[in-house]
Design a protein around this ligand. Structure first.
Ligand SMILES: Nc1ncnc2c1ncn2[C@@H]1O[C@H](COP(=O)(O)OP(=O)(O)OP(=O)(O)O)[C@@H](O)[C@H]1O
Ligand SMILES: [Mg+2]
Length: 171
């Protein structure tokens, strides 16, 4: 007998700028749509990812980078602070400022150059570099709503961010 197929991913739009991902498949489905939307704008975007430990920030980034064509292991940058990727169409950086004791460490680590470069910047724990980052295209807040459920809120965005959000959540 064939195994029962998994339920389809839904990436439900709950209200306006809030989503509910009921499983990691939903997270992945959203990442695939985001990858398409980013490709369409040339990949130049800064996405700030907020949320507690284990909220799913790195998981979303992994699905996104795989959808953008990264092969092999995607390491969490919690210790290295930044991981760089040369994608076929654009550069991408995955950063995690969790271990910063002071926002000044952003400057000391020489990270400003990344944010004046064209490409995709995905940042976990952006508040730890408060006052040093440019305006983000998305401020995405993830929170656990159960073992595999995650509530996702877009709490701030640029004009480009609004365009990306429509592309990710529209019909
Ligand atoms: N719907 C979901 N979306 C994302 N992750 C999920 C989901 N359901 C379960 N998970 C699990 O939750 C965990 C999320 O861990 P992850 O490392 O992505 O969190 P994080 O927000 O990056 O935490 P940290 O602040 O420590 O870096 C993973 O083990 C992942 O498999
Ligand atoms: Mg993480």
């Amino acid at each position: 007998m064939n195994p029962v197929p998994p339920p389809p991913a839904t990436a439900t739009v709950a209200t306006g700028n809030t989503l509910l991902w009921t499983s990691e498949a939903d997270t992945q489905a959203f990442a695939v749509r985001l990858a398409d939307a980013l490709q369409a704008v040339g990949g130049d975007a800064f996405i700030a990812l907020h949320g507690d430990l284990g909220a799913g920030k790195t998981t979303l980034v992994r699905h996104l980078l795989y959808a953008l064509g990264v092969t092999g292991r995607i390491k969490s940058p919690t210790y290295a602070v930044v991981e760089s990727y040369a994608l076929p169409a654009f550069a991408a950086w995955h950063l995690d400022f969790y271990r910063f004791n002071n926002p000044q460490e952003f400057e000391d680590a020489g990270l400003r150059d990344i944010f004046v470069s064209s490409g995709l910047k995905l940042v976990e724990w952006p508040d730890k570099a408060d006052g040093h980052l440019p305006a983000a295209d998305w401020h995405l807040h993830l929170s656990s709503a159960g073992e595999t459920s995650r509530t996702v809120q877009l709490r701030g965005h640029s004009a480009r961010g609004a365009q990306l959000w429509s592309a990710c959540t529209g019909p």
